[in-house]
Design a protein around this ligand. Structure first.
Ligand SMILES: NC(=O)c1ccc[n+]([C@@H]2O[C@H](COP(=O)([O-])OP(=O)(O)OC[C@H]3O[C@@H](n4cnc5c(N)ncnc54)[C@H](OP(=O)(O)O)[C@@H]3O)[C@@H](O)[C@H]2O)c1
Length: 248
């Protein structure tokens, strides 16, 4: 390992957008902590692939982010792997409907704990390490953190909170640590109960000025910008959404 090799912790990075971010940062030369909850097999497979490219450059680490009293230890363990932590990316999130009248307290707690409380306490635990490296935090938000999506209020509220967290922490942690957010529009196809029909997908594209959904590389490049090209930028929310937020 090179002595000044940066280390990034990416939550929820076994698959989909998080895995694309981890893979991109690894290709840029960072070592990566691939965090997972249920997707152990995918996390380990991704790390095997990355370690074949560069020995001891990726590790898979488990944490259920909804269990907040374990987060400090999780960050300590992540920082201990290579003795440093330069970048924290809060990517993991829960996403499902919470219609008014049908929403349980358990669903609210699950969404808010995973999407907002966990990033708060993860960053808090990472501060001493990030200060040391003059590091940065990137929170993966959503265009629906600023404009509501019908039937998904708890998710939208969690992402709205994540945007305020970004701004509050940017102020409090400057000048040592930069904190920014990326508000995504439709990118990786929704799964399970969130799946949309081809007709709805076409409608969304028709209402997106750049006339397509985002791809994984669009997100990865924005993350790279906040790490390597944004030394005078903090507290900002960059919409990577093809202009979708202009038409919601
Ligand atoms: N997909 C999109 O088009 C889109 C659009 C707008 C915003 N976003 C945002 O972009 C980010 C990535 O999106 P995505 O669609 O790739 O996400 P995703 O597949 O729905 O979730 C990413 C990972 O988050 C982890 N996770 C969720 N709750 C967790 C918890 N309590 N503890 C630990 N891990 C947890 C899961 O890990 P395990 O699989 O290991 O359990 C999951 O694989 C999210 O923040 C999302 O809100 C996505």
């Amino acid at each position: 390992m090179q002595k000044n090799q940066q280390v990034a912790l990416i939550t929820g990075s076994a698959r989909r957008i998080g895995a694309a971010i981890a893979t991109h940062l690894h290709a840029l030369g960072l070592n990566v902590v691939v965090h997972y909850n249920h997707s152990k097999t995918q996390a380990e497979a991704l790390c095997d692939e990355l370690n074949k490219l560069r020995a001891h450059s990726a590790v898979a680490m488990f944490a259920d982010l909804a269990v907040s009293d374990l987060l400090e230890q999780f960050v300590r363990d992540a920082a201990a792997v290579w003795g440093r932590l330069d970048v924290v990316i809060n990517n993991a999130a829960r996403f499902y409907r919470t219609k008014i009248g049908e929403t349980t307290r358990a669903a609210w707690d699950d969404l808010l704990n995973s999407n907002l409380t966990a990033p708060f306490f993860l960053i808090q635990a990472a501060v001493p390490y990030l200060i040391k490296q003059q590091g940065c935090v990137i929170n993966i938000a959503d265009v629906h953190g600023q404009r509501p999506m019908k039937d998904y209020s708890a998710y939208c509220i969690s992402k709205a909170g994540l945007i305020m967290l970004t701004q509050s922490f940017a102020k409090e942690l400057a000048p040592a640590i930069r904190v920014n957010a990326i508000a995504l529009g439709p990118t990786a196809p929704a799964e399970g109960e969130n799946k949309i029909s081809p007709a709805v997908a076409s409608k969304i594209i028709a209402r997106t000025p750049l006339a397509r959904v985002g791809d994984l590389a669009d997100v990865a490049r924005a993350v790279e910008f906040f790490i390597n090209g944004a030394s005078y930028i903090t507290g900002q929310v960059l919409a990577v959404d093809g202009g979708r937020s202009l038409t919601i």
